[in-house]
Design a protein around this ligand. Structure first.
Ligand SMILES: Nc1ncnc2c1ncn2[C@@H]1O[C@H](COP(=O)(O)OP(=O)(O)OP(=O)(O)O)[C@@H](O)[C@H]1O
Ligand SMILES: [Mg+2]
Length: 260
């Protein structure tokens, strides 16, 4: 297997006359934290939807761990080891934290037939193992003390962390995060950064992050891809991106970039 975990090649998606993503290509290597940034409407979420198989590309391909996953379906993508969180919180508010994490485990089990066909060996989940596995995920994400709290009663920052925990329950190799810091206060943002670093360092996770919070992106990411109106206009280290004239031009007047 090559060092590139994810290879996006010439990805294009049209919505009627609008080209939301145009000829997008980039790689993510094993163990990297890569940022995908761009102004509102740049096509970042559409790129995530294409990569995770929620929508089909008009053209182009997505290769994950040397397997072509272009066009999904999402269950196959999850079983291949690629999970995501959503721009809005997507947990079940009336269910407890543990029950939400259980849903993540279930999505792995229900996809496992596809996984077997794809040649991936699933760890089988005995009933006795489920509780232990939920505990492990909660510990990993610092949610243990909230185990029996309804998701809707959690502080907002923890609801977003729960979204990450649900995704982690699918035991991904790589996680795509769509604006994990949106709506978080300064302290919650620091906790999030620590968690993401820990998931990478201790659990070997590879991360692709869409985020408007530039300070966080610059702090977390080794490499940044910049999208403007569906097209990649730059790619490089945080320092290169910060100084790139095309990027500065694209963000002129955008208040979130002023914090970088
Ligand atoms: N299902 C859809 N049907 C039609 N147009 C869509 C659809 N999804 C996205 N678009 C359009 O595609 C463009 C890119 O949208 P997208 O949500 O990917 O942007 P984004 O970079 O995630 O923006 P934001 O930072 O605001 O979340 C926008 O013009 C949007 O209106
Ligand atoms: Mg978006």
């Amino acid at each position: 297997m090559s060092q590139d975990l994810l290879r996006v090649r010439g990805l294009t998606r049209k919505f009627g006359g609008l080209v939301a993503v145009r000829n997008l290509s980039f790689n993510v290597r094993q163990g990297e934290i890569v940022g995908l940034i761009g102004p509102n409407g740049a096509g970042k979420t559409t790129a995530f939807n294409l990569i995770t198989g929620t929508i089909r590309p008009s053209s182009g391909s997505v290769v994950f761990q040397d397997r072509d996953i272009s066009g999904g379906p999402p269950s196959r993508v999850v079983v291949a080891g690629l999970a995501r969180t959503f721009q809005s919180t997507s947990t079940y508010p009336r269910e407890t934290v543990a029950e939400n994490v259980y849903r993540g485990l279930l999505s792995r089990i229900s996809g496992s037939i596809v996984g077997l066909l794809a040649g991936r060996r699933e760890r089988s989940l005995s009933e006795a193992g489920i509780s232990a596995e939920i505990d492990e995920i909660l510990k990993m994400t610092d949610l243990t003390s909230w185990r029996d709290t309804a998701a809707g009663s959690l502080p907002y920052g923890l609801q977003k962390i729960l979204g990450i925990a649900v995704a982690m329950a699918t035991r991904p190799t790589m996680l795509l995060l769509d604006e994990p810091a949106a709506g978080l206060n300064h302290e919650e943002c620091n906790d999030l950064a620590k968690l993401l670093h820990r998931l990478r360092d201790e659990h070997g996770l590879t991360l692709l992050l869409v985020e408007h919070h530039m300070a966080l992106v610059m702090q977390l990411c080794q490499r940044i891809v910049v999208l403007v109106q569906g097209e990649k206009i730059a790619e490089g280290s945080p320092e290169e991106i910060r100084q790139n004239p095309a990027v500065i031009e694209a963000y002129l007047g955008a208040p979130d970039y002023a914090h970088a």
